[in-house]
Design a protein. Structure first.
Length: 273
């Protein structure tokens, strides 16, 4: 009987967590990536079923560690928050990132951007946004069936999936959350925080001043009430003394009348006669 050779253990597939490329090619691109990632994170901070990431490798096919992309920012709705070394779609319930963002730099060639476009189109992205901060140009694509189709007008466009709104009416792109708050850079966040701190301090100072005024008015009312109480007490004491004096006068008068009556009965003229 021919012995059966032992089976070889299945080769473990390694999915690299880095593509060896920098997150950004320059400071402008990096700032926009951080701003968009931070704005998206803030937008969905209270929703545990929305995962937001930046420059994270996405592997759409199990067993294939060559097919991947690392969007500058991406949103996977229906996936829990948490740290990941990469986004392996088969471990994420088969859910692809529905929305991805790319920030252009001078080093992004047309062939590279076409490769990314085809990747996102093939593997299920529903909304794809590309911003060129140097040319201040925003492009958007929306899935229609199996294709990503161009959004004709991006100024005022509101993302169907995210609810965020794009404003191209000014000198730079502005993105607004569904609650109307803008995506801010870190320095803008600091300035906004400092402005809110100054405003809070003003409100606190005004509240302290109003509390002090209210306390002073309370003390003034208390003092006025105490003066009124003292005046009322003095008046009551004066009235009581007057009533006592009247009682004594009435008693003296009554006593004099009785004495005069007794003298008349005795036939003695009263001193007043």
């Amino acid at each position: 009987m021919t012995p059966i050779p032992p089976s070889k253990p299945a080769r473990r597939i390694v999915y690299p967590e880095s593509d060896g490329k920098p997150i950004a090619d320059n400071t402008v691109q990096y700032e926009w990536i951080v701003t968009i990632h931070g704005g998206l994170t803030g937008t969905f901070k209270d929703d545990p079923r929305v995962f937001v990431a930046a420059d994270l490798l996405w592997y759409p096919v199990e067993g294939d560690n060559k097919t991947s992309a690392a969007p500058d920012a991406m949103v996977a709705i229906g996936r829990p928050k948490g740290d990941r070394g990469s986004y392996k779609q088969w471990e994420e319930g088969g859910i692809p990132p529905q929305v991805v963002f790319e920030i252009l730099s001078p080093n992004n060639g047309s062939s590279e951007m076409m490769r990314k476009f085809l990747f996102y189109e093939k593997y299920g992205v529903e909304e794809y946004y590309i911003y060129d901060p140097d040319r201040i140009k925003l492009e958007g694509y929306l899935r229609q069936g199996a294709k990503l189709t161009d959004i004709p007008e991006m100024d005022g466009w509101q993302s169907p999936r995210l609810g965020i709104r794009f404003d191209m009416s000014g000198e730079v792109l502005k993105i607004y959350r569904p609650d109307g708050e803008p995506f801010l850079t870190y320095l803008e966040l600091l300035a906004d925080r400092d402005a809110n701190l100054v405003l809070a301090q003003k409100h606190e100072k005004r509240a302290d001043e109003e509390a002090q005024r209210a306390e002073e008015e309370r003390l003034a009312r208390l003092q006025a009430q105490q003066r009124g109480d003292r005046a009322q007490k003095v008046a009551e004491e004066e009235k009581k003394r007057a009533e006592e004096e009247k009682k004594r006068a009435d008693a003296a008068e009554a006593k004099a009348a009785r004495l005069e009556e007794q003298l008349r009965r005795l036939g003695v003229a009263s001193p007043s006669e």
